[in-house]
Design a protein around this ligand. Structure first.
Ligand code: SF4
Length: 332
């Protein structure tokens, strides 16, 4: 563990040790999605329209709004000819078709790892397998994935859902997975599939999303050294919610908070070590605001777990990659 800062400046209580998880916060897919909106604003001028929150974080959305992005729920809210961006979660084919029918110029900010799940699903369906998606009903990514594959898809979240599937045990099945579920989250559901069906295919689960797995592994390590766990992230962010749940499952008082203003000083009673992490869509400045809020309550030291170093970067869509690209007339 490396100590980053050491700055006691209050005498309201005993010293508080703050430990930061590593990795935490932005993943490569979120970084790319935000950059797509920023570059589109620079290149095409404001406003650009974004269908759904580009990522699940209000602060990120508000900052982009201030720069001229307009967030809408449906394409019908976008004026004719206006630059349109699809969020990192992906969209159904029907949305792409609607954009084409309306001649909207589009840029696709779907995370490449989500796109990979769409490819996997199509591949299995083409091979004649009955497709099962492991994910949360109603999540934007799940809606997009179901709408990207022209075959019936059964959605399951739990082993109980698997037992209730109306599919005979000898039918060849294949599963794909929502990217914000880790290997650990899907293990029981996959085991139930293997128990229930004789012929089950699926992708390498380690390979689904490096960021989800790394943040969950890191929060386990963090919770093991913390008396209190604070997860910075939004309530509609599935990966942030899961980080809080993991802390709670490990017996540590755990709270999901938007920023430092949400801290209840009572949480710090009898606490010596506070672990802080952040979901994949939470910016660093929100973690800074949490540290600043704690520093106003108690003298603090801040250190960071070593963890895994992430170096993954995703390329931008072609329309934004080269400075000289003349127009962005099609999603990549
Ligand atoms: S959490 Fe994983 S799948 Fe989701 S945007 Fe980040 S890198 Fe992509």
């Amino acid at each position: 563990m490396s100590v980053v800062t050491d700055s006691p400046n209050s005498n309201l209580g005993g010293p508080l040790r703050i430990v930061l998880a590593n990795p935490r916060g932005f993943c490569a897919g979120v970084t790319r999605a935000i950059e797509i909106v920023e570059r589109a604003l620079e290149r095409f001028g404001a406003p650009v329209y974004v269908r759904h929150e580009i990522v699940h974080n209000k602060h990120v959305v508000d900052q982009l709004k201030a720069k001229g992005a307009v967030f809408v729920d449906e394409l019908s809210e976008i004026p004719a000819g206006a630059m349109t961006i699809f969020s990192a979660h992906g969209v159904a084919r029907s949305v792409e078709e609607e954009a084409r029918a309306r001649n909207l110029p589009t840029i696709d900010a779907t995370c490449p790892l989500v796109t990979k799940v769409h490819f996997q699903g199509r591949h299995y369906a083409k091979a004649g397998r009955t497709l099962i998606l492991i994910g949360h009903p109603g999540h934007a990514e799940v809606i997009g994935t179901i709408g990207q594959i022209d075959a019936p898809i059964h959605l399951v979240s739990t082993p109980e859902d698997v037992h209730a599937l109306p599919i005979a045990g000898d039918v060849p099945v294949a599963y794909v997975t929502q990217t914000t579920l880790s290997v650990d989250d899907t293990r029981n559901v996959i085991a139930a599939l293997q128990e229930r069906f004789t012929d089950v295919a699926g992708p390498e689960v380690n390979d689904i999303c490096y960021a989800t797995q790394n943040r969950q592994t890191a929060v386990r390590e963090l919770a093991s050294v913390s008396d209190l766990l604070l997860v910075v992230g939004a309530r509609n962010s599935s990966n942030s919610m899961r980080l809080r749940e993991i802390g709670a499952e490990m017996g540590v008082e755990s709270h999901l908070i938007d920023d430092g203003s949400a801290i209840d000083p009572q949480w710090l009673n009898d606490v010596h070590t506070v672990g802080i992490t952040a979901g994949a869509s939470a910016p660093d400045e929100l973690i800074d605001s949490v540290i600043a809020a704690l520093r106003r309550l108690r003298p603090v030291t801040v250190s960071e777990l070593e963890g895994v170093k992430e170096t993954i970067q995703f390329r931008l869509p072609a329309a934004l990659r080269h400075p000289a690209a003349p127009t962005a007339s099609a999603a990549e």
